[in-house]
Design a protein around this ligand. Structure first.
Ligand SMILES: O=C(O)CCC(=O)C(=O)O
Length: 393
């Protein structure tokens, strides 16, 4: 293991510990990531540095809290990927070495109360009811469904699973001409764009991630009445790490409910507490996996044993709520949904926010980076979002 000090700090504040061949000076109150066997520190933020040859170096950096307090800066580096997956043999379950609420959650000021932050930290998600009012949601929903209906009309004769419709990308339900998801709407639809920057959402995300954020990708998932086929259990971070090159789980999803989400119509299911573990999955990643995985995922899914273990410990919870509620969930939380055989659409707008310190590097698995609409790399979009105080829907 290679370790280096990259910043200076006050020697009187530091303890001295030896690590492999190196020596690290640590401020007294730094805390240790659990997978760093010989280190006695906690790093509060992590970024992956460039790759040298076939080795990848991870930098562990403590930083000032986003809401401004008093942490020290220290940078360490290791070659080991703490989140390996798509393993040839057995799948494995690891303890997550990274924080869930970044920064010092006991003191983190912002829209979430301390109790709400604690609940998010314990369960890996939180549902905020009535964050948007009925009028706001109605306008957004009508815009999304009008776009969907327009595409579906055009696609009646075109039975491809994946469609580039102008600037948008659409995924159809398996064996159907019904649209499952539309990506990138915030790049082209004003309501979607404003929603993605609305302070009611972004302020909460910044509080949890303790940083400026940008959007890794966004999608409208329709789960249409009688047709929505659901999403099998997965952790987003596993895929985003292996296939997109997201270094750390300093990322979360917001799901803005555009329709009432009920257990019957395929409300998001989560396994509370599962986000504290990293489930490395078994099996290779097929070439261009993303083209099929967005319709039905075959690689990067946990074993039944791992799922059973997680569910035994945490149970399974339906994130139900009325239109206008928002689910915030950690990128490493195990989640999925079953099919919608009811007469009621379950339309949801997904926004995946990533810390600007956790930008994508090259994929950690042996794949080409996925396309822009699924994992943004465009520097124009990988920019800190300035929260909007007065959005106009
Ligand atoms: O819409 C859902 O029910 C789940 C969607 C999901 O897990 C995903 O888009 O990754």
């Amino acid at each position: 293991m290679y370790v280096t000090m990259a910043t200076t700090m006050c020697i009187t504040m530091a303890t001295r510990r030896s690590i492999g061949n190196g020596v690290l000076l640590l401020p007294k109150r730094t805390i240790q990531p659990s997978n760093m066997r010989s280190m006695a520190t906690k790093a509060s933020t992590y970024t992956a540095a460039p790759i040298y040859g076939d080795k990848r170096f991870f930098s562990f950096t403590t930083s000032h809290s986003f809401y401004g307090n008093r942490r020290h800066h220290v940078t360490m580096t290791t070659e080991e990927d703490p989140y390996p997956s798509r393993l040839p043999d057995a799948a494995e379950i690891r303890v997550r070495p990274d924080p869930v609420v970044w920064g010092d959650d006991s003191e983190q000021a912002g829209p979430f109360s301390r109790k709400e932050l604690q609940s998010y930290k314990t369960n890996g998600y939180i549902v905020v009811e009535g964050l948007f009012d009925a009028q706001e949601i109605k306008r957004c929903r009508e815009t999304f469904t009008a776009l969907r209906d327009e595409f579906e009309e055009d696609m009646e004769s075109n039975k491809k699973a994946y469609i580039n419709a102008g600037e948008y990308a659409c995924i159809l339900e398996p064996g159907s001409t019904k649209i499952r998801s539309i990506f990138s709407t915030l790049k082209f639809l004003s309501v979607a764009n404003q929603l993605s920057r609305d302070r009611r959402v972004v302020g909460r995300v910044q509080q949890i991630l303790d940083d400026d954020v940008y959007i890794h990708h966004s999608r409208v998932n329709f789960q249409q009445a009688f047709k929505g086929s659901g999403f099998y259990w997965h952790s987003d971070f596993e895929t985003w790490h292996v296939e997109d090159g997201m270094p750390r789980p300093r990322c979360l999803s917001c799901v803005v409910l555009m329709a009432n989400n009920l257990p019957q119509n395929g409300a998001l299911m989560v396994i509370p507490g599962s986000h504290k573990h990293y489930i490395a999955c078994k099996g290779e990643t097929p070439e261009n996996h993303w083209q099929s995985s967005l319709q039905d995922q075959y690689a990067g899914i946990p074993t039944h044993e791992a799922l059973s273990q997680m569910a035994k410990a945490g149970g399974i919870h339906y994130c139900t709520g009325e239109a206008g509620s928002v689910i915030f969930f950690d990128c490493n939380l195990m989640h999925g949904s079953h099919s919608n055989i009811t007469p009621w659409d379950r339309t949801n707008f997904f926004l995946a926010y990533n810390s600007v310190d956790n930008r994508l590097v090259s994929p950690f698995g042996p794949t080409e980076p996925r396309p822009e609409h699924i994992s943004t790399r465009d520097p124009a979009w990988v920019q800190p979002i300035v929260p909007l105080d007065k959005p106009e829907y």
